[in-house]
Write a protein that binds this ligand. Structure first.
Ligand code: SAM
Length: 380
């Protein structure tokens, strides 16, 4: 009833009510549905009813090698929708939001090496039990580390403080098909921003929709469980991300459309289309990233030093930096590659002392061609 009144108010006034739109369901009730789904209903990824929680793209050779060594029980309970692994994350402190049975954490434990550390946070006990069961053997026997560099913590991703994750204590946040399941996505993004160190980033794959869904779709237990009912309209996600402090979200690769196979579910969803998308959200000190691409006459050059990326480094869907070549870039892009955790792999020319106006994304210099991925705002 309360929900109905709120909706009516939104429609009558012609005012867009963020909370009505973004809070997909009654919090605790829905959290129970998700826990039941991942803790009890699904035994393995074969039990899924849609392709939402299935990664289509082949991961890199290094990730494939590590995946082949992840314990079977962990892999069988993998329900991700993407491949949230940036290249060459050696030595980083990684946090996985909604780590599930831990597959991505196991891969990251190998990618970061003995000097890095991986923490997985999840709220479902059954998933945590599987994730924790193999930590020692995997890290010590398989990866041959002196001691484990991975741990799994019980907690809610909307409240990482209670899970013991301190301010600015993480270099890289990953997440795979989880944020859509949260009843309070605004809180998740704010917490992510709080725990990231300056120069850190959230690199995560999730399900997005090309429109705002009906209440029926948003509250349907199977659609919610399968990561569709809670999927954000992409523009609402971009709005929330900017509001949390991630001023210039970048899409990493071309979105992959998700196939809905079940006729009953298709009927509820109508013409809505869903995509698995990997976004990069960088955190810098306040004001460093600007709302538009500004021209400071800067250029960057990739050194070719990232593991498995000898010839080029991909920043996002419209920036591929070939090794050794200078590219003119806007201030935001310069910061992302030169002032983030990737900084050691780039040379940069110029600083922000002189401003030359708006950066011309259509000039075709380098790869700064204006991909239009970010839905307006920075980097075209
Ligand atoms: C679709 S599964 C993905 C799991 C894992 N990322 C993977 O790729 O296999 C979603 C996981 O997120 C967890 N989860 C959902 N909402 C959560 C929340 N609000 N806080 C913590 N964990 C949550 C669930 O318990 C479940 O394990």
């Amino acid at each position: 009833m309360k929900q109905q009144q709120q909706q009516q108010q939104t429609v009558c006034c012609g005012v867009v009510d963020d909370d009505a739109r973004l809070k997909t369901f009654e919090t605790e009730e829905q959290v129970g549905v998700v826990q039941e789904y991942y803790g009890k209903e699904l035994q393995t990824s074969d039990d899924l009813k849609t392709s939402a929680c299935c990664t289509a793209k082949a991961p890199s050779a290094r990730v494939r090698k590590l995946l082949s060594e992840v314990p079977d029980e962990v892999v069988r309970k993998y329900y991700g929708c993407g491949s949230p692994f940036p290249v060459d994350i050696r030595g980083l402190r990684v946090l996985d939001l909604g780590s599930g049975s831990g597959r991505d954490c196991y891969v990251c434990a190998g990618l970061v090496g003995e000097d890095g550390f991986v923490t997985g946070v999840d709220m479902t006990r059954e998933q945590l039990d599987v994730a924790r069961a193999h930590v020692d053997e995997y890290c010590v026997t398989t990866l041959k580390y002196a001691s484990p560099n991975m741990r799994f913590v019980e907690g809610r991703i909307e409240d990482l403080k209670s899970a013991g994750v301190e301010d600015e204590s993480v270099d890289l946040i990953i997440s795979n098909c989880v944020v859509n399941l949260s009843p309070d996505k605004r809180a998740v993004l704010k917490e992510a921003y709080r725990v990231l160190a300056p120069g850190g980033e959230m690199f995560f794959s999730d399900v997005y929709c090309d429109r705002r869904l009906s209440v029926e779709a948003k509250t349907h237990p199977v659609l919610v469980g399968e990561c569709l009912g809670g999927a954000l309209y992409e523009q609402d996600f971009l709005r929330l991300a900017r509001e949390a402090g991630f001023t210039d979200p970048r899409m990493y690769a071309v979105p992959e459309e998700i196939e809905i196979r079940d006729d009953g579910l298709k009927d509820i969803l109508g013409q809505a289309r869903f995509y698995s998308i990997t976004y990069r959200l960088f955190k810098f000190p306040d004001g460093r990233l600007e709302t538009l691409c500004e021209d400071y006459g800067q250029a960057v050059r990739y050194k070719g030093t990232m593991e498995e990326s000898k010839h080029a480094c991909v920043l996002d869907d419209h920036h591929v930096f070939e090794t050794g070549k200078w590219y003119e870039v806007c201030g935001n892009t310069a910061s992302m590659v030169a002032e983030s955790w990737m900084g050691k792999h780039f040379d940069v020319l110029g600083d922000r002392r002189t401003h030359y106006g708006l950066f011309d994304c259509d000039a075709g210099t380098g790869t700064d061609g204006g991909g239009g991925s970010s839905g307006g705002g920075a980097c075209c």
